[in-house]
Design a protein. Structure first.
Length: 326
């Protein structure tokens, strides 16, 4: 806070506290004007009159006590601009202290799981439960509570990966984020006239039927423009994040209109980096949970994990508390 704002806040606070004290003093002087004590002030409603009676002593005492409490509080704690208070308390210090306590309590648990390979963590039920909670707190907003994604947000349960589904790749993705971009290619494929042919060919790669003549025309255009990212066989390129066009899995929809929109306008998607939100140990556990969704866990196992109480409820509670504090 700048010195000017600090002075402004301090003055406003002091002036209002002084006004409160003056109000109490003024009310103790006696009746205003020519109206005597106990007489009507000339206001009445529904047969109830307002009389000129002094404020009750208990009310005045409470008011004075509140003012004194406020003065003592502002001396001990922050409240007068940039003044830190005699006790040196701060919300940041309080937060850091809680984080320190949490680290002392749960740090050994995270260290143990962080040293294990992700495939080995699939057999560690408590680790997956913690990873599931991390996912729910940080990833479910985009990928859904069931991790099945939506339009523009990848399904993490089907084994289809734009950048690769290996454990180390998943960790890299969570830590650094990803940016996916497909430029608009309508001009390169002959404008509006060329779009239907490329749409027909691209959809045919996933087994969808179409006009054979259009498909053949689209194949030639695909081979001259689109192969650079998606490959000559249309199976994509994980280095670039270019999707596989042969598996009938579509990030933005696979209808003719959806594919045509992508060709005409391009597509752009971004997953934010989480390195500033989660330390590497928690990313490791989140990656283990994501990896488990499409590797080595049966539906029965998944159902069982969702039906029972958390294997490590204290750790789950800790994640909830940290999420609220961010």
């Amino acid at each position: 806070m700048s010195s000017g704002w600090s002075l402004y806040v301090t003055l406003i606070t002091v002036v209002f506290m002084g006004a409160a004290c003056w109000l109490v003093w003024w009310q103790r002087k006696g009746p205003p004007g020519n109206v005597g004590a106990g007489e009507s002030m000339g206001h009445d409603f529904d047969g109830i009159q307002e009389l000129n009676n002094p404020l009750p002593r208990w009310w005045l005492g409470t008011f004075v006590g509140a003012v004194i409490f406020a003065a003592v509080y502002l001396v001990l704690y922050p409240g007068l601009g940039a003044y830190p208070g005699l006790l040196g308390w701060s919300s940041r210090g309080e937060y850091d202290g809680e984080i320190k306590d949490v680290e002392a309590k749960y740090g050994p648990l995270y260290d143990r799981y962080g040293a294990m390979a992700i495939p080995d963590l699939l057999a560690e039920e408590p680790a997956l439960r913690i990873g599931e909670r991390i996912f729910a707190n940080n990833c479910s907003r985009c990928h859904g509570a069931d991790a099945r994604g939506g339009v523009g947000f990848p399904n993490l349960t089907d084994g289809d990966w734009l950048f690769g589904g290996e454990p180390d790749v998943i960790e890299t993705t969570i830590l650094g984020g990803r940016i996916g971009m497909m430029p608009a290619f309508a001009p390169a494929i002959g404008g509006e006239a060329g779009i239907p042919a490329v749409v027909a060919y691209v959809r045919s790669l996933s087994g969808n039927s179409g006009d054979p003549q259009l498909i053949e025309q689209g194949k030639a255009k695909f081979a001259s423009v689109c192969f650079a990212c998606h490959g000559a066989d249309g199976k994509g390129n994980k280095i670039l994040g270019a999707p596989n066009l042969t598996d009938d899995i579509w990030l933005f929809g696979g209808t003719p209109d959806d594919v045509a929109y992508g060709l005409r306008n391009g597509r752009r998607s971004q997953m934010p980096a989480h390195a500033d939100l989660l330390d590497k140990r928690k990313v490791h556990l989140a990656a283990a949970y994501v990896y488990s969704l499409s590797h080595g866990l049966s539906e029965e196992s998944e159902h069982a994990r969702g039906a029972v109480s958390p294997a490590h409820p204290d750790a789950d509670k800790e994640h909830d508390e940290q999420r609220k504090s961010r």
